[in-house]
Design a binder for this molecule. Structure first.
Ligand code: DAO
Ligand code: DAO
Length: 209
């Protein structure tokens, strides 16, 4: 599926996101498989698009096996993707920052806009309390220079856990927040359309196994 599969040693394979050159391990936490990579862009002053971060989306292979039984009758991949956003299955999106001048303030306001719009879409109303519960983990003293790695993982029971460079900075139990966050990458109107298509293809082939 990816043009640039490289093997750094006999075990570990990495996928390189071609626009940014960022590489992602094909397996994380022993059981999570990389299904797609992509780029989050943002337009600055309506003038130019900057690459903010590269991302990789992982699904837990054991959870996918369970799903394949549940969805054995669903023929269309699209339906499955919408369904897995609502399932209690482990997933992870890893972000690697490529924009060198990211401030916590801009992360907070981008998050309120992107995740906020999804919360509204799924729940029909603004949930300022939920957004603030999440953005309160974005402490002003955190630094996220180019190369920082942010892992957002959906843990059992719809717990969204955030890690910066491996360190846990917050965990929030909310199905709505989990669904809204992953919708940005694999939902109806994703940041990177090609990445979403590759996710669907990857998931379909995992489900056939
Ligand atoms: O410097 O004001 C600026 C422009 C920054 C654009 C910020 C986009 C933030 C996107 C979310 C990043 C999440 C880690
Ligand atoms: O790209 O709009 C977006 C959504 C990105 C979600 C980013 C969450 C970042 C959490 C960590 C912040 C660290 C200060």
């Amino acid at each position: 599926m990816f043009a640039s599969l490289t093997f750094s040693d006999s075990e570990a394979a990495n996928y390189v996101e071609p626009n940014t050159g960022v590489s992602f391990p094909s397996v994380l936490d022993d059981t999570k498989s990389l299904l797609t990579v992509g780029v989050r862009k943002k337009s600055l002053f309506g003038l130019k698009n900057i690459d903010v971060y590269a991302f990789g989306v992982y699904v837990d292979s054991n959870d996918v096996k369970k799903l394949s039984e549940k969805f054995s009758n669903v023929k269309e991949n699209k339906g499955i993707v919408q369904n897995i956003l609502e399932e209690d299955m482990q997933m992870k999106v890893r972000l690697e920052i490529v924009y060198g001048r990211l401030s916590i303030r801009s992360v907070r306001s981008a998050f309120e806009e992107s995740v906020g719009s999804r919360i509204k879409k799924f729940s029909g109303s603004d949930d300022k309390e939920l957004l603030q519960r999440f953005t309160s983990v974005f402490k002003d003293e955190y630094k996220i220079p180019r190369g920082s790695i942010i892992d957002l993982s959906k843990e059992p029971g719809f717990v969204l856990q955030t890690r910066i460079d491996g360190q846990v900075v917050g965990s929030i139990q909310s199905k709505l927040l989990c669904q809204s966050l992953f919708d940005l990458y694999i939902g109806e109107d994703p940041f990177d359309k090609q990445a979403k298509e590759n996710f669907e293809l990857g998931l379909a082939s995992l489900l056939k196994k």
